[in-house]
Design a protein around this ligand. Sequence first.
Ligand code: ADP
Length: 463
Amino acid sequence: MNTTKSPPWFAGRRVLVVGLARSGTAAARLLLKYGANVRAIDRRRRDEISGDAADLERRGMEARYATMDPSALEGRDLVVASPGVPADLPLFVEAERRGIPIAPEIELGFAVAKAPTVAVTGTNGKSTTVELLGAMGRNAGRKTEVLGNIGTALSERAEEVPEDGFLVVEVSSFQLELCTRFRPRVGVILNVTPDHLDRHGTIDRYAEIKVKMFANQTAEDFRVQPLGDPRLTRLLQPMRSHPIWFGFADPTADGVWESEGSIRYRVAGREGTLMRRDEALLQGPHNTENLCAATAAAMALGVPARAVVKTLREFRGLPHRLALVAEVEGVRYVNDSKATNVDALRRALESFDSPIVLIAGGRDKDGDFASIAPLVRERVRQAVYVGEATSKLEQAWPRVPSVRAKTLEDAVQLARTHATAGGVVLLSPGCASFDMFRNFEERGARFEAAVLELKRSLTRAKR
Ligand code: ADP
């Protein structure tokens, strides 16, 4: 929490804001408000950038478009990085060489926040967990905003939320890499599994960046961390914050966990059984982890158990994450387009007891698909591959019956011919979408359209 009577640390500085999309614009606006001298730079042309930048120029911001030339660092004593720009930009390298500090956008927002901040990071489950926390806060009658990576920048809304509200922030590793001041009241780390290794190198390095979120916390703050992850346990051991564990066993310390079909808690002096696991709408063991983690964070902030329970009974999950599209001929069609890495795909397969026809593939991010081959063999009766990763998947899972599809629409048709009543057709690609689609949302929407079209055509045929 921050009682901003004195001006924030960036007031009056000579700043270069890198990237002028929504977050960069919000950062620039905040900087101008506190009397900073602002220059901004973007690789796009002026006419490709939204009208907000023009408004800021009228208020005194100097803008440089269609360039990333390091000469923009001239006369600057602070660089602010938007979440969208890569941390290894030559401009940042040059800033470091000149000894100019670089702050992530999120730290500006944090500096003017009045409400306590809950920050969430991890490889998978962030969006689901922050939305759960948002709903828990609102169900407790507190003004709660869900910000950061998920959509609106922290610097855009941080000041609007009063002291008795909550700021829930999804934080990407790109932002964490640059953090030096960020200190959430509650930090949640969900998991660290291989993803983005093309960028971060080793998983140890990737995990080290993620735990930076806890580096400035003190004994009054909380960290919510998974049971049974030795790497994270070791990396978090030296942190000063109070740990709250989540998972599938009684941690004997503070925690929220599932045991014998019930969700149990022991947080900040409160202890008991929250509810039965099957009263919560979110399915699958990975969602047990997400909902335990969200519950732990909410209870650490004093959210009453009944607000948590109400949320878990009502929260249906987000689109493109194991979302039921329709039931056709007794087969459930499930859209998990957001599964863009191997662990998310693994978790999807673990979420169903019935036979699965799996639609997978897309742009590979150096995923180790062979590591889940036994699970795929056990759960998948037929695989349908689409996109660039097709031959890699065929090699990784040689004993799984498979066919190739040219398009996602073909894949749905082929999947139908292999599915039987009581089964599941699951789109859980395990890969990025960029080989054939703009993003995972477009891929998911195309899948849903194809399923609904299939359903319509069968209904017509029956008449
Ligand atoms: P993020 O915002 O971190 O990408 P999402 O909530 O959007 O997380 O979920 C991304 C994908 O990962 C989805 O396919 C989802 O089903 C899966 N997933 C969600 N939570 C977890 C978890 N705790 N562990 C592994 N996979 C998960």
